[in-house]
Design a protein around this ligand. Structure first.
Ligand code: ADP
Ligand code: MG
Length: 396
């Protein structure tokens, strides 16, 4: 069911408490190295400001674990947000308290206030009632646009949504629309491309996708645990030994599932885990003992690309190889381009996957790039996200 959003309510002359995901990466000097997450919230923030709301914005940043950590203050975020909005941002030094209450009471339409890092207060992650109430007192309406935190049962996500009239922001709406669209009624053929380093991160999604998608193309470091479980020698390739039996079971049962699961025919192997390592292409069943697989090979690229071309819906998570290094990026680059060239619905997610899409300049070619790593995976695993469940459904 679609959620009630900011488009379904009148926000003029209201104070709106907006939960966003401004958990941006910072370098050692505290500079923001990628402001994608701030930009992703702008449609919602602009929408509210244009309609005469005043905003109390809140986010977490990093993992301060319930204490004030100077390097994780929201100052740099406030600066960038102000630039992007083109309006001053009043930055609070506390999350809640008298000063914050006074500042929010004084807000005029069009003004923007940013709270200090939510996770400086241990009551955020414990979903403390009084903390949620203190947040709720800052505004008339609650808007959740923090899809990246929607899988967390935290005060700013779930607690406050029960205390104020609550609606979804435009980013959260779009995320849920595209991701639930994949689960509900995807146009077929539906091809999923899964890669990345660890199969432990992706096992539940593989399990779910076996009954959802038509073709499951597998690459990245996680293929080697699957191959080893199947008795194939993988040399020194990445493997998660403790998952061998579970992976073996999933593979043994895969024949009876909807999806046809595909593994690479050929592999680019290296003699060391280094950018300048010697490399060669070998058959997937012929990995030499002292070598390790770091990318999918050209035959696999060809076969996967053809299947991708035939799809009407595509979901991609996880690079096909160590795309950070020139000698092992071909698989990821080629698959990214093959997906980009498809005319259907194309959805991607995952931090490194997004980095790869950006590296090849293909952002604009995707229907939707999910900003929520853990949240998008949990949604695709079929779990209900507490931050989404707590929001009221749209009325028709
Ligand atoms: P995402 O962040 O998109 O979910 P992951 O974090 O699961 O993706 O995996 C990305 C990482 O996997 C990349 O840093 C990449 O270098 C690594 N990787 C891909 N293939 C291999 C491989 N064959 N061996 C080791 N690491 C790999
Ligand atoms: Mg990653």
């Amino acid at each position: 069911m679609a959620k009630k959003t900011i488009r379904n309510i009148d926000v003029s002359n209201t104070r709106v408490l907006v939960r966003v995901d401004f958990n941006v990466p910072l370098d050692e000097q505290g500079n923001i190295t990628d402001d994608t997450r701030i930009r992703a919230a702008l449609p919602t923030l602009d929408y509210l400001l244009e309609r005469g709301a005043s905003l109390v914005i809140m986010s977490h940043l990093g993992r301060p674990k319930g204490q004030v950590v100077e390097s994780l203050r929201m100052g740099p975020v406030a600066g960038r947000l102000s630039q992007l909005l083109g309006t001053p941002v009043i930055k609070m030094d506390e999350v809640v308290g008298d000063e914050v209450q006074k500042a929010s009471d004084a807000l005029k339409p069009g003004q923007v206030l940013l709270l200090e890092n939510l996770r400086f207060d241990p009551r955020e992650t414990s979903n403390d009632r009084l903390f949620a109430a203190a947040l709720a007192r800052l505004a008339d309406i609650y808007v959740d646009d923090a899809f990246g935190a929607a899988h967390r049962e935290h005060a700013s996500v779930v607690g406050v949504a029960k205390l104020l009239p609550a609606v979804a922001g435009l980013l959260l709406e779009k995320e849920v629309l595209y991701l639930q669209g994949l689960l509900r009624d995807p146009e077929r053929p539906f091809v999923a491309v899964l890669g990345g380093s660890k199969i432990s991160d992706k096992l539940k999604v593989i399990d779910k996708f076996q009954n959802l998608v038509d073709i499951l193309l597998i690459g990245g470091g996680m293929i080697f645990t699957i191959m080893k479980a199947d008795g194939v020698s993988i040399g020194k390739s990445l493997v998660e030994e403790r998952l061998l039996s579970e992976v073996g079971r999933i593979m043994a049962e895969s024949g009876g599932k909807r999806a046809t699961m595909m593994l690479p025919d050929d592999i680019v192997v290296a003699d060391e885990f280094k950018p300048e390592a010697a490399s060669k292409v070998v058959g997937a069943e012929s990995i030499p003992e002292d070598w390790m697989g770091l990318d999918i090979g050209p035959e696999t690229i060809g076969r996967y690309s053809q299947l991708i071309a035939s799809a009407k819906t595509i979901f991609w998570n996880g690079p096909m190889g160590v795309f950070e290094w020139d000698n092992f990026e071909h698989g990821t680059q080629a698959i990214a381009k093959a997906i980009a060239a498809n005319q259907g619905i194309k959805v991607a997610g995952g931090g490194d996957t997004i980095a790869a899409i950006k590296k090849y300049g293909l952002e604009d070619r995707f229907s939707h790039i999910s900003t929520g790593g853990g949240a998008s995976m949990e949604l695709l695993e079929g779990k209900e996200l507490p931050g989404v469940a707590v929001l009221p459904d749209a009325e028709f």
